[in-house]
Write a protein that binds this ligand. Structure first.
Ligand code: URA
Length: 244
C-alpha cells in the first residue's frame, strides 16, 4: 500500500494532508526518513511506520462494521455446518472481527461486527439496555393484530425464561409490526409474537442503538465513521434505569 494511503487509513490525516506530512520529512519507515508518498509499505502495519517519531499502525485502530445480513447467513463467528457467516462478508485481513450479538439464520438486517471486545460487551450487556428495533411480518394475508394483543407485547409477555421488559410496539400496516426491545434474549421477538398467537414469518432488524440500516442493500457492508463509533460508545456508556 502507498505510504500516504497507509497514514490516511491509520487515521493520521486525510490522504492529501498525509502526502504533505511525508514530503515535509516527518515520516520514517523502519527508522529511515521517507519523503515519497508513493513509497510502498506493508498493509498490516508490519513496516514500523512513525510520524514525528510516534509509531502508527493500522492494526492498532479498532473498527466497527455495519452489515446487512441476508437470510441463510449465520451470525456466529464460525459455523459448525460450514454455512456462510457474517464475518465472511467483511474483508478484514488485518484483524479478526466478531459479531455483536446475534440474528437468527433466517432473520435479515443490521448486525455489527467489531474487533473491539470492550465495545461489543457493552452493547450486548443487558445493563446498558441498548435499544434494537425490528420490523416483523406476522400471520398471513395482512390481517391486523388486535390492539389488546399489541398491548400485551408492550407491557410484557410471560416467556419460559421470564417476563419481557416493556417494549415499544407499533403496527406499521396490518400484520406488520415495528418492535423495539431493550433486552436481547434468544429468539425473543419470535417467541413474544408466538406467545400472543401471531407467529413471525419475516424479521428484519432495522436499528441498533443510534444506528439505522438505512438504504444499505441486503448483503452490503460498510465501515462506520469515527463519529458513528463514538455515538455507539455513548449508547453503551449509560446504564439504563434499574427496573424490577
Ligand atoms: N429476535 C428473534 O426472534 N430473532 C432474531 O433474529 C432477533 C431477535
Amino acid at each position: 500500500m502507498r505510504l500516504a494511503k497507509f497514514l490516511a487509513h491509520a487515521g493520521v490525516a486525510s490522504r492529501r494532508a498525509a502526502e504533505e506530512i511525508i514530503r515535509e520529512g516527518r515520516v520514517t519507515v523502519g527508522g529511515t526518513i521517507v519523503t515519497d508518498p508513493a513509497h510502498g509499505v506493508d498493509d498490516d502495519g508490519a513496516d514500523d511506520v512513525a510520524v514525528d517519531n510516534r509509531p502508527v499502525g493500522i492494526k492498532d485502530t479498532k473498527s466497527v462494521w455495519l452489515v446487512h445480513k441476508p437470510s441463510g447467513v449465520v451470525s456466529t463467528a464460525k459455523d459448525t455446518h460450514n454455512r456462510r457467516t457474517v464475518v465472511d462478508m467483511v474483508d478484514s485481513p488485518r484483524t479478526r472481527l466478531y459479531p455483536v450479538g446475534r440474528l437468527d439464520a433466517d432473520s435479515t438486517g443490521l448486525i455489527l461486527l467489531t474487533d473491539d471486545g470492550d465495545l461489543a460487551n457493552r452493547l450486548t450487556h443487558p445493563r446498558y439496555e441498548v435499544p434494537k428495533t425490528y420490523v416483523v411480518s406476522v400471520g398471513r394475508g395482512g390481517i391486523a393484530v388486535p390492539e389488546q394483543e399489541l398491548r400485551r407485547l408492550r407491557e410484557g409477555v410471560e416467556l419460559d425464561d421470564g417476563m419481557t421488559l416493556p417494549a415499544d410496539v407499533r403496527q406499521l400496516r396490518p400484520g406488520v409490526l415495528q418492535i423495539t426491545l431493550r433486552e436481547g434474549r434468544k429468539r425473543q421477538v419470535k417467541r413474544m409474537c408466538a406467545e400472543i398467537g401471531h407467529p413471525v414469518h419475516r424479521l428484519q432488524r432495522v436499528a441498533f442503538g443510534p444506528l439505522r440500516l438505512g438504504d444499505l442493500g441486503e448483503g452490503r457492508v460498510r465501515r462506520l465513521s469515527p463519529a458513528e463509533v463514538q455515538r455507539l460508545r455513548d449508547a453503551g456508556a449509560r446504564p439504563g434505569p434499574v427496573t424490577g
